[in-house]
Write a protein that binds this ligand. Structure first.
Ligand code: B12
Ligand code: SF4
Length: 443
């Protein structure tokens, strides 16, 4: 069967397309199916996307959707419904997983995949290829059919090493700039995070969502790329690369000996130490992204479930700088319970880390409550979400919430002050030309 994956770009073209379809495509190919891919760039109208999809002659269309991508995807799929009604559409990823009823209610969406997609999508494709129906009487675990009831969930894929390497032709990478994932799942409980909700989803299904590939598997994938001359910089996309130090140390030992190709990673300050950072640096780590999120310890503790002190950020940033690794960080403003004082603390901490503790660059985002998260539920319960919020884009630059402690104007003011601070930081290090990869600065 021929499955077409479409990457739905939102405000600008992303350097890398969704990783999920990259894995799904590899799995389908390994099982004898054909895949195609294209990017619905922002210039394309819905009619353009329809024309391109028609030309690809798929038998199934698959979309991977974050909440940010949802509104545009809905419009595109409505056009499919009118123009290509015979081609079924399946959606997966975070938004369909945590807002499945909303997705299935929209015209043109036939199936939603809940959670991890390899096994469920293969089952769906096999069933459709054989001309069989999928529905109430013939359910597939994880696949929710339009008009059907919520499916059961199968346990996460094990052993994870048996998944084929991601289909890189679907990622749209710049040659040599390699995006890698070594793990799935994150053990931390951040209340704003959609990614970690997969862990909770699977609590009910049995099985642990958190899994990490073996060194052999990761190194073999890198070796294959190097041998084809395609390895000049590695971006580890794992939510927290530095979980489980024995894994990280052994990885650094082998990677450092064999590759020493520069790489970037994401980490939480609780998961690094003054001993681990030099090990990472020696292996080739050139940049690390930390989530700071708030400068208010109260907000981090009471609202975000991130009970770490500001002093820990200062220490870890200093150690990272001393190890010779560039630091980027992400900040968030506009959370429930925040006051203007909290916003000021966040701005102050960003400035302090930038001026005195080696922060090289940062991203700053206005909080948007993602379906499925704890903060989404809190916003619903407290009436912070306005009527019709589903139609408002998740753009991270302006707040859609009606909070009782700060106004949208307060948030907009601090957003502008973050913009000014970032400009100041750039001016501060003007003349330097180091490369910062775009994935490091997303929220
Ligand atoms: C790498 C990454 C990026 C990359 C690539 C994007 C991508 N989607 O892969 C880049 C830098 C482009 C990016 C950008 C952004 N990102 Co980002 N990103 C990630 C990150 C760290 C890893 C994704 C990944 O590698 N997943 C690994 C694969 C294997 O897992 P998966 O995507 O879940 O896919 C599996 C299943 O979901 C399912 N599945 C997925 N798609 C499909 C499709 C079909 C048809 C089926 C059947 C199944 C299926 O099967 C897959 C394989 O098992 C995640 C965090 C995370 N852990 O997901 C955040 C995350 C996805 N990003 C997020 C955000 C907010 C953004 C930005 C909005 C940032 C910003 N503020 O501007 C942008 C928006 C991008 C967009 N177009 O909407 C949020 C999304 C929250 C939400 N509910 O929408 C996340 C969850 C981070 C977070 N903690 O909140 N991101
Ligand atoms: S924000 Fe980062 S550390 Fe927190 S749960 Fe999500 S992925 Fe894990």
């Amino acid at each position: 069967m021929r499955v077409l994956f479409i990457e739905v770009d939102t405000e600008r073209d992303w350097a890398v397309a969704s990783i999920g379809p990259g894995f799904l495509a590899a799995y389908l190919r390994a099982n004898g199916h054909e895949v195609a891919f294209f990017r619905a760039t922002i210039e394309m109208t819905d009619a353009d996307v329809v024309a391109r999809a028609r030309a690809e002659a798929p038998q199934l269309i698959g979309l991977s959707l974050t909440t940010r991508q949802w509104l545009r995807a809905r419009s595109i799929v409505a056009a499919f419904d009118r123009e290509l009604p015979d081609i079924p559409v399946v959606a997966g990823g975070l938004h369909p997983t945590f807002a499945p009823e909303e997705v299935l209610a929209a015209p043109g969406f036939d199936y939603v995949c809940l959670g991890e997609g390899e096994g469920p999508l293969l089952d769906l494709v096999t069933r459709l290829a054989a001309g069989k129906k999928v529905g109430l009487l013939t359910p597939i675990a994880n696949i929710w059919t339009k008009g059907g009831t919520k499916p059961t969930l199968r346990a996460p894929f094990e052993p994870i090493d048996q998944l084929p390497f991601v289909a890189r032709d679907l990622l749209d990478e710049h040659p040599g700039l390699v995006h890698m994932t070594t793990q799935r799942g994150c053990p931390f409980p951040c209340t704003y995070c959609a990614a970690r909700m997969y862990n909770e989803l699977y609590d009910d299904a049995g099985g642990e969502y958190g899994r990490r590939r073996s060194h052999d598997s990761v190194l073999a994938e890198l070796r294959g790329l190097r041998d084809r001359g395609l390895l000049s910089y590695v971006i580890f996309l794992d939510d927290t690369f530095t979980i489980h130090h024995p894994w990280v140390r052994e990885f650094c030992r082998v990677y450092g000996d064999e590759y020493r190709t520069p790489f970037s990673l994401h980490a939480r300050v609780e998961t690094v130490s003054d001993r681990l950072l030099p090990v990472l640096a020696k292996a080739g780590a050139s940049m690390v992204t930390y989530g700071v999120e708030s400068g208010s310890e109260r907000i981090r503790r009471e609202v975000m479930q991130r009970p770490v002190t500001n002093q820990r950020f200062r220490d870890v940033f200093r150690w990272t700088k001393e190890a010779g690794i560039l630091i980027t960080a992400n900040f968030m403003i506009g959370l429930p319970g925040e006051t203007r004082d909290d916003l000021q603390m966040t701005l102050d901490l960003a400035e302090e880390l930038g001026t005195d503790y080696g922060l090289y660059d940062f991203g700053y985002f206005v909080f948007y409550p993602y379906p499925g998260t704890h903060l989404f539920k809190l916003c619903v319960e407290r009436g912070y979400l306005p009527g019709g919020y589903e139609e408002m884009p998740a753009n991270h630059r302006a707040s859609i919430l009606k909070l009782d402690t700060i106004t949208p104007d307060d948030i907009a003011e601090f957003y502008d002050r973050f913009t000014a601070l970032r400009r100041k930081l750039y001016a501060h290090r003007a003349g330097k030309t180091e490369h910062v990869d775009s994935s490091a600065l997303h929220g």
